[in-house]
Design a protein around this ligand. Structure first.
Ligand code: MOS
Length: 749
């Protein structure tokens, strides 16, 4: 019975409206302000501009910093160094991640680019000029800069909470030694940087002991907690504002050193301080995706069923902390396998601190596993889709849990059909067009579905409008828009009557916009708040002698389209504006909250997808063109046709960069990033991206949330990279296992 009900429920729904972005007009007209653009309201005094000075050696100590000349330079207000900085009671780690900040509390240098001073001046140019006048004496120490040469030093993780080494199943070594067909290969992914369009920026000012900041953040509440802890002030004395974010991708998911430096500086000079990082300053001090070396072994029986899968990864860590990039994570759950073993070790390096970067774990994990699967399918002489279907995981074997909802088969079928997969020539190097080899490849996309407790506020206003307030943030993803849609739907009101405010830490608390969890967490909170608010309106009307519904039983009263009325005689009712007007014009306001159900921990929750790629590889230059990407996703309910598909498409575009372009290069002698600009750190531009065809199944996952929507921020970057790499192999017969796949590597292969 239950199964029948579920089968009826798990159906594709009609696609939702492609509503325009709530903040779209504000953005294109320049009316909407990004953090760095705010000029007030500040307490009277003029803004001071801060420039963050960075170390130019990768390891060692600061012996002295002569700031006398810099301090006398035009416009300079102060120069703060570890030798004169106020001592902070730097506190314990804060969610969402342990962050070891470098805020001028000691003279130790752990990476080239680490903040070592802040110059404050009347203009940014004056601050930048004066920064060059500081006389810095270093005592350098030998630095660890050659990651591949140090793989032998790999050590287990210091933190055990995210240690994957404990989840082994069966005897993978035995399966490998007994297998008739097996694969053993090593795949290397590089260090990458987030490069959101909007650089990190902070404006900080104090009024007495109260600190206010505009800050570029994916987590206003986290910022507030972290600032309070680091500065040893009360959380209630910290006010964080961030109305819009120009992309974060994880780099704005936790608070970095420059935020504290801006607050410290503002306190010291008792003026508002603006600190905006230059593009080049975003390579090091605000996180990166760590490099990963993945040894993957797959064993299969003659029938094509995987009998054993091993994935051992070594990633780089900073000297400051272990950030764990779970690249072996997907290898534990994506396919059925008779046995499964994974491990993860780190090598400490004198590089900036790695952090979450869009689909941390899954992006690297699906890249390497899905290329290994392609290699294995070829060894089995099987079609790559067929090989995956044969090893389809009917449940999460790693956690021994059922899926909340999984329609990956339909994704393979739908995307494969749209792509024309059946026409592919499986033999590499056979298809040509002009001076190009043409290749076709595919891969699976997957990302975990997360949800946290969230709160929201709804306020019915005397003017007939409804205000929704929530302490979440919109990273440019469409969060404002889907909240407006969610509220409009819950209230049965027109979109144009709903105002949404986010990005202010005085609003009800919401989780970090990370792990693709915002929509899934705050949508249900807004729904709950709307329900509460409508009940409150009904109560008010029932108790009001002048209301047409006065004295009715609560269950006989309905609220819809801004009207309170009797269910039986719907003409007997009134607009909420009339009710509010009679009650002193006081807005009717309430908060609501939502959290994952108790049963959600007994299910494994993921979004799924299939990506197909067509590439053209120039026969002479070996330049790769991604001609087509066709992807279908099972992401639960699609909340907005326009912003949702836009998110998925953005991720797919990024997978082109992952496959072909992106890599952070370090000077082997100084440890400095050498391509610290968008001219030299290559991200895909329009001419790099061919046709992109994205569809979704739109099958609600009602076990996951009342809206049935899982997150979509990150799954788009998973799978695409492997699909492109597999297509390049199909085009050329050359298998590159050290990424990105640049023309030189294809020439040598
Ligand atoms: Mo995302 S990398 O969890 O901000």
């Amino acid at each position: 019975m239950i199964e029948i009900e579920q089968a009826q429920e798990e159906q594709s729904k009609p696609l939702p409206q492609p509503e325009h972005r709530y903040e779209g007009v504000g953005k294109v007209t320049g009316k909407a302000k990004y953090v760095a653009e705010f000029t007030g309201p500040f307490p009277r005094k003029n803004m001071v501009y801060a420039y963050m000075v960075q170390a130019t050696i990768p390891s060692g100590d600061l012996v002295s910093m002569d700031t006398r000349v810099a301090e006398r330079a035009p416009g300079v207000v102060a120069v703060i160094t570890p030798f004169n900085a106020p001592k902070l009671p730097v506190g314990k780690p804060q969610p969402p991640a342990k962050r070891s900040l470098k805020v001028l509390q000691d003279t130790k240098i752990d990476y080239n680019g680490q903040p070592i001073a802040v110059v404050l001046a009347e203009s940014l140019v004056q601050a930048m000029f004066a920064a060059r006048l500081i006389g810095i004496k270093y005592a350098p120490q030998p630095a660890k800069l050659d990651f591949m040469g140090r793989l032998g030093e790999a050590r287990p993780l210091k933190t055990t909470s995210r240690d994957p080494n404990t989840k082994n199943r069966g005897d993978a070594n035995k399966a490998l030694s007994e297998a008739q067909v097996k694969l053993e290969q090593t795949y290397v992914t590089p260090i990458q940087n987030h490069n959101p369009m909007e650089p990190h920026a902070t404006i900080a000012w104090w009024e007495g002991e109260k600190l206010s900041v505009y800050d570029t953040t994916q987590y206003i509440t986290g910022d507030k907690m972290s600032l309070a802890r680091v500065l040893n002030i009360a959380q209630d004395d910290v006010h964080v504002m961030c109305p819009i974010v120009g992309g974060g991708f994880g780099s704005k998911g936790s608070m970095w050193s420059h935020v504290v430096l801006a607050a410290m500086a503002a306190k010291l000079v008792q003026r508002p301080v603006k600190l905006v990082l230059g593009r080049e300053q975003m390579f090091g001090p605000v996180g990166a995706r760590p490099t990963t070396v993945n040894t993957i072994k797959i064993a299969a029986g003659p029938d094509g069923k995987i009998t054993g899968l091993k994935h051992d990864a070594v990633i780089h860590a900073s000297m400051l902390e272990d950030f764990v990039e779970q690249s072996p994570g997907v290898s534990r759950m994506l396919y059925q396998s008779g046995s499964n073993e994974t491990s993860l070790k780190v090598v400490e390096m004198n590089y900036g601190v790695p952090t979450f970067m869009r689909a941390p774990g899954e992006s690297t994990g699906t890249a390497v596993l899905e290329i290994a699967m392609d290699e294995m399918a070829e060894k089995m002489k099987m079609d790559p889709v067929e090989f995956r279907l044969l090893n389809y995981a009917e449940k999460d074997l790693s956690e021994d849990l059922p899926w909340s909802s999984k329609h990956l088969r339909e994704c393979y079928a739908q995307a494969g059909e749209r792509f024309g997969w059946s026409k592919r020539n499986a033999t590499p190097g056979q298809t040509t067009e002009g001076n190009e080899y043409i290749g076709h490849g595919m891969a699976t996309a997957v990302y975990g579905a997360y949800r946290s407790a969230a709160n929201a506020m709804v306020r019915f206003l005397p003017n007939g409008r409804v205000f929704i307030g929530i302490g979440s943030q919109d990273l440019g993803t469409g969060t404002y828009t889907i909240l407006q849609q969610t509220a409009a739907q819950a209230l049965g009101m027109d979109l144009s009557l709903i105002d949404v405010k986010m990005g202010d830490s005085t609003l009800p608390k919401a989780p970090v916009s990370g792990g693709s969890q915002s929509a899934a967490s705050i949508g249900p909170a807004v729904q709950a708040a709307c329900t509460q608010a409508m009940l409150k309106l009904a109560d008010l009307a029932i108790g009001d002698p002048k209301s047409p519904v006065h004295g009715a039983l609560p269950e006989d009263v309905a609220v819809e389209k801004g009207r309170v009325f009797l269910k039986k005689t719907s003409t007997q009712g009134e607009d909420f504006t009339a009710l509010i007007a009679r009650n002193g014009n006081r807005p009717v306001e309430t908060t609501g909250s939502a959290e994952p159900s108790e049963t959600s921990s007994s299910m494994s929750k993921h979004s799924w997808g299939a990506v197909f790629a067509e590439v053209g590889v120039d026969k002479d230059t070996h330049m790769v063109r991604v001609k087509r990407l066709v992807a279908t996703y099972d992401i639960g309910t699609l909340l907005n046709h326009k912003t949702g598909l836009n998110q998925l498409m953005g991720g797919l575009v990024w997978s082109v960069g992952f496959a072909l372009h992106e890599e952070t290069h370090f000077d082997p002698n100084t440890g400095r990033t050498v391509n610290e600009s968008l001219a030299e750190y290559h991200v895909p531009v329009n001419s790099d991206v061919g046709e992109v065809d994205v569809t979704v199944l739109n099958i609600p996952d009602m076990k996951f949330s009342p809206q049935g929507a899982r997150g979509i921020g990150e799954i788009g970057i998973t799978g695409g990279m492997a699909a492109i790499a597999n297509a390049i192999y199909n085009a050329t017969g050359k298998r590159v296992r050290d990424y990105p796949i640049t023309p030189d590597k294809l020439l040598q292969a």
